[in-house]
Design a protein around this ligand. Structure first.
Ligand code: C2O
Ligand code: CU
Ligand code: CU
Length: 569
């Protein structure tokens, strides 16, 4: 009875006609960023305060706009009362900079990752990743966009004026209790928000507009479409632009996934259009369908009733306003160079299985396992040689679909149960939804980063499943192009990659505090670079402004001098 009353209340609110002007996150530009994780108070419902978590504000976080090739320096200050981490989802960074569950930031502490942006222009995001608390910290509000720009994207006639014709939209669902407190975890996610706004409306100019869609929900899948069923154009997937626009009427977005789309609002001034999720079209067996499991006997606690399950519903509304100067009015015909890795390049296929820990009607409530094991912080599940090209073949033997995500790399989907992927999934990806009884094979290369003290993660991006242990970890290890040497007796030191393109990492196995000062000489003995390693940062030397050639790198530790020849490509 109680659920029924709550359900009616939420139903009314979700589908009420009053529209709220959407919030567009602020931007931070440049190469030095300060992110303050903080508690906040936010009104999802006018006049009713909800306790939230945000970055530099009460909820969500600023959009970081960065350029490929830039060396960026981020300080994350944790003003929460809880330990957490911040992960740069989709970005190709070293494991120490990746912000996985091992790289914790205690309350009051700061973390200072520094890395070169190696990614293609696209839409990435950041969110907390503390083991067993990822869902709590994300659901409380911490998530932000990262927009990477590059010269290839800049050369295209695309909308790219942030907040004018280019909009980031993070779609999430939440559960509120009667006092408007956020409930985590929950399968009763009856309230839909876009950029933290319920019943969101966005003013768009009467021209071609770019939307950067992110499914930031803990569990729910969306089947994106427009209320008049018009065609729209997907231009990007998780890891950047597609080779050509993909004209579609539907686009499925699973948790963690991004899609950049173009919508043509030309000649529509004064009209409105809704972004929809056509979830009635979902086959059972995925979160968001009428039945989230494959078997009719299986139920997920508190999943029903929910006005979003197995029905078509509006996500937000567009209100078309005046066309602005320098409008983009056409959909381009070609986009970026996408270079899939040929299957023949793979040196190994790794087989992974996704299973439910228990059988029977309750199995949807978890746990879920990868290769019959639950996550263990102390177990490295795979050790991968640097530069390996690998096929990961993942079979879902459980009754619910799982969005599989891997850190460090972008991958290319080879096939789903033997069939080539649809156009929407032919670009660079870091999340893939795997249906029950489906095998997805993807191919990827583990390049550039190895031998960090912490591993990378792979996991289900349903945050309930991830927190519950549906995760594993891998280390990338150097083979030929990392040379290990001894310093101070028993300490092992690795310098990689070598040759290097933009940065040199130094990893020290036991302690990071022993190295004090570095110098880089050219072959004629002239110092071209020197600096100090600070105690709490990663040991990274930026070679971006150094000419190609051979150099001598020298470090001083407390007791010894260490010299290594390196090549800058
Ligand atoms: Cu978006 Cu490992 O996470
Ligand atoms: Cu990630
Ligand atoms: Cu899962």
């Amino acid at each position: 009875m109680r659920t029924q009353i709550l359900f009616c209340l939420f139903f009314t609110l979700t589908f009420a006609n009053a529209q709220n002007q959407i919030t567009i996150p602020d931007t931070l530009n440049g190469t030095v960023f300060n992110l303050n994780l903080q508690n906040g108070t936010y009104q999802f419902y006018a006049g009713q305060n909800t306790q939230t978590m945000g970055v530099n504000g009460a909820i969500l976080g600023p959009t970081l706009i960065v350029n490929k090739g830039d060396f960026i320096d981020i300080t994350v200050n944790n003003h929460l009362e809880d330990t957490t981490t911040i992960h740069w989802h989709g970005m190709h960074v070293s494991a120490a900079n990746d912000g996985g569950p091992h790289t914790t930031i205690a309350p009051g502490a700061s973390w200072n990752p520094r890395f070169t942006v190696l990614d293609k222009a696209g839409t990435y995001w950041y969110h907390p990743h503390l083991h067993e608390k990822t869902n709590l910290h994300v659901s409380k509000g911490i998530a932000g966009f990262i927009i990477v720009r590059d010269s290839e994207e800049a050369a295209l006639e695309l909308p790219r004026t942030y907040g004018v014709d280019d909009f980031p939209l993070v779609i999430q669902t939440k559960t509120f209790d009667a006092n408007k407190k956020i409930v985590v975890p929950s399968n009763a996610d009856t309230v839909l928000i876009v950029n933290a706004t319920i019943d969101a409306a966005l003013n768009v100019p009467a021209q071609v507009v770019r939307l950067r869609l992110l499914n930031g929900s803990s569990q729910r899948n969306f089947n994106i479409g427009l209320s008049d069923n018009r065609t729209f154009y997907q231009i990007g997937s998780d890891g950047g632009l597609l080779s050509v626009p993909n004209a579609v009427e539907r686009l499925r977005l699973t948790p963690g996934e991004r899609a950049e789309i173009l919508l043509d609002f030309s000649n529509m001034q004064g009209q409105t259009l809704s972004l929809m999720s056509y979830a009635a079209e979902f086959a059972n067996g995925i979160y968001g369908a009428t039945n989230p499991g494959m078997g009719m006997m299986m139920s997920l606690n508190n999943y029903n009733p929910n006005p979003m399950n197995g029905t078509n519903f509006p996500i937000m509304q567009f209100i078309v306003t005046e066309k602005i100067a320098n409008a983009i009015t056409e959909i381009p015909t070609t986009l970026a160079t996408v270079s899939p890795i040929p299957e023949s390049a793979a040196v190994i296929t790794r087989n992974l299985s996704l299973t439910a820990a228990s059988m029977g009607p309750n199995s949807l409530n978890g746990k879920f396992l990868i290769n019959n094991a639950s996550f263990d912080m102390d177990v490295i599940n795979y050790t991968i040689p640097l530069d390996n090209v690998e096929i990961w073949s993942i079979t879902n033997l459980s009754p619910i679909a799982h969005p599989f995500h891997i850190h460090d790399v972008q991958f290319f989907i080879l096939d789903r149960n033997g069939r080539a992927p649809v156009a929407a999934e032919q670009g660079r990806k870091d999340v893939v939804l795997i249906h029950p009884m489906e095998t997805v094979r993807f191919i990827t290369k583990f390049a550039d980063f190895a031998d960090d003290p912490v591993p990378y993660m792979y996991h289900c991006h349903m945050l309930t499943h991830e927190d519950d242990g549906m995760m594993g970890q891998f280390k990338v290890v150097s083979t030929t192009n990392v040379v290990e040497n001894k310093i101070d007796g028993n300490e092992t030191i690795a310098v990689y990659p070598n040759p290097a393109t933009s940065i040199i990492n130094i990893s020290v196995r036991q302690s990071r505090t022993k190295l004090k000062h570095y110098k880089l000489y050219d072959t004629r003995g002239r110092t071209v670079l020197e600096g100090d390693f600070s105690e709490n940062s990663d040991l990274v030397i930026d070679l971006k402004n150094i000419a190609s050639g051979i150099y001598i790198l020298e470090f001083n530790s407390e007791k010894q001098r260490f010299i290594k020849k390196i090549t800058k490509l």
